[in-house]
Design a protein around this ligand. Structure first.
Ligand code: BMA
Length: 349
């Protein structure tokens, strides 16, 4: 595949680790693609909740039209957030293709699979936002997770079609908030053209007062769709957010996930939202924060040229760790100082 025109580069302040931090080789059960993880620091330990598409010959999947046997969501722990990830013996969630026709969830019997986990701790409780494929469309689910990651309960789910939800880590003006990306097709010309929205809730179950936060037209390096990436991080200046931004070489190509002619490029953007009214963008960068550049981001893996952040941690010394899936195949981390990231968010919408 290689790097595409127009060439998009990561921000100068961003330091990428030269190799992925979690791959299929680290997983003690069937695993092929390890990516799009949520990460949080809980009681001093880093917890990663990762997506695993499994059940295929992993050496042969580059540009192949293949199916997988299932998708699971696994858990890993690390002391420094970068090295030595200890993967829990069993995944938290596991859905096999074709085996969930009657459903596993008592309250939501329609589920086909859960994936792309985003992890947020609010008032000491652990929550996951997940994409939820059902027989009747793709929904965004919020699950409450047991402290030892041994189980979960879905506490709310959107109507289709919505996903990429992330929760803010605290209430703002008495309400919980989430960023999300509905994907209206008919209303936007019958093709991908999706934006980032926000909704609020008194209890994490009932969501409303939805508003548009950022439109795809506000992002100069996207011509296809944008949406949330990692959950927001609080800073003195505002809520620091990452978002995914997609450009295609030519309209109408690479439209389905399993399409052989994959030509979507996913980069990550950065913006700052108002602390008291997070529906307001107070600054953004008009250039990407993370672009695909390294060989395993551009030339290897299942879907080349895909960068998708799912976790962001602000350390006490100001270092920010940004966790991202690369090529829908491996999980990576990049770092920058928070002041450098804030300095990027100075352009107006
Ligand atoms: C989206 C989701 C993501 C994935 C991206 C690129 O539709 O499936 O999990 O990273 O496509 O393939």
């Amino acid at each position: 595949m290689a790097i595409w025109e127009p060439i998009l580069k990561s921000a100068d302040c961003l330091k990428k680790l030269e190799k992925p931090i979690l791959t299929k080789d680290d997983i003690p059960y069937d695993a092929a693609l390890i990516f799009n993880a949520g990460v949080e620091k809980i009681n001093g330990k880093y917890v990663m909740v990762f997506r695993n598409d499994y059940g295929t010959d992993s050496d042969k999947f580059v540009n192949q039209k293949i199916g997988f046997k299932g998708t699971s969501v696994g858990i890993a722990f690390s002391d420094d957030g970068v090295t030595n990830w200890q993967v829990k013996e069993v995944p938290l969630v596991d859905y096999q293709v074709g085996k969930n026709m009657l459903g596993k969830e008592k309250d939501v019997p329609d589920i086909l699979r859960l994936y792309d986990p985003r992890l947020t701790v609010i008032d000491g409780e652990i929550y996951l936002c997940l994409a939820m494929d059902t027989h009747h469309g793709i929904r965004g689910a919020i699950a409450k997770v047991k402290d030892d990651f041994s189980g979960y309960e879905i506490i709310s789910a959107t109507v289709p079609d919505n996903r990429n939800m992330v929760l803010f880590p605290e209430k703002i003006g008495g309400y919980y908030y989430r960023l999300e990306r509905p994907f209206p097709v008919y209303g936007r010309g019958g093709r991908d053209r999706f934006d980032m929205w926000i909704s609020k809730s008194p209890d994490l179950k009932f969501w409303g007062e939805s508003q548009l936060v950022l439109g795809v037209e506000n992002v100069p390096y996207a011509n296809n769709k944008i949406g949330p990436a990692a959950p927001p991080v609080k800073t003195d200046k505002g809520w620091l957010i990452t978002f995914h931004a997609v450009d295609v070489e030519r309209e109408g190509r690479g439209q389905t996930t399993w399409d052989l002619t994959w030509t979507k490029r996913y980069t990550a953007g950065i913006a700052l939202l108002d602390l008291e009214d997070p529906s307001k963008v107070i600054g953004m960068s008009k250039s990407p924060l993370i672009a695909p550049e390294l060989p395993y981001e551009t030339d290897e893996g299942f879907r080349q040229n895909v960068i998708f952040p799912g976790g962001m941690i602000l350390e006490d010394d100001g270092q920010v760790k940004i966790y991202y899936g690369a090529s829908d195949t491996v999980e990576c981390v990049a770092t920058a100082h928070v002041d450098e990231l804030l300095a990027l968010c100075t352009e107006e919408l």
